[in-house]
Unconditional design. Sequence first.
Length: 120
Amino acid sequence: MNDCIMCNEVVTNPVCMNCVEKEVEAWLSEVRPALVEELKAKTEEIEISFGDTNCILCNDKMCICTYCYTNHIFNWLKKYPELIIEFRMIFDIKKNIKLYECRVSNKSLDVDAFFGPKTL
Ligand SMILES: [Zn+2]
Ligand SMILES: [Zn+2]
């Protein structure tokens, strides 16, 4: 277990950017397929596969935490205000990590209770 090279925080619940990217890609394919290529380019900008931390989903080496990656994508998506609200709702960083915990531990998740009432 090592620190994230971007924020220097200890990486807890390590999920690598490729695994997060897959989630973002699945979402973008539905709402804005034209942006999928750009998403991949954005991921490559900070993609580094080394470190002592292994992703809990795919076991790849990683050294950038889920938070920093999601934040990187968030900054890019700011160009598309109509998407950013939805992105935040789906990929809220802390909630997202909880979501992965549930998924990994195979706990069922009450999505409505989890994301709260839809107030858009
Ligand atoms: Zn970080
Ligand atoms: Zn992974």
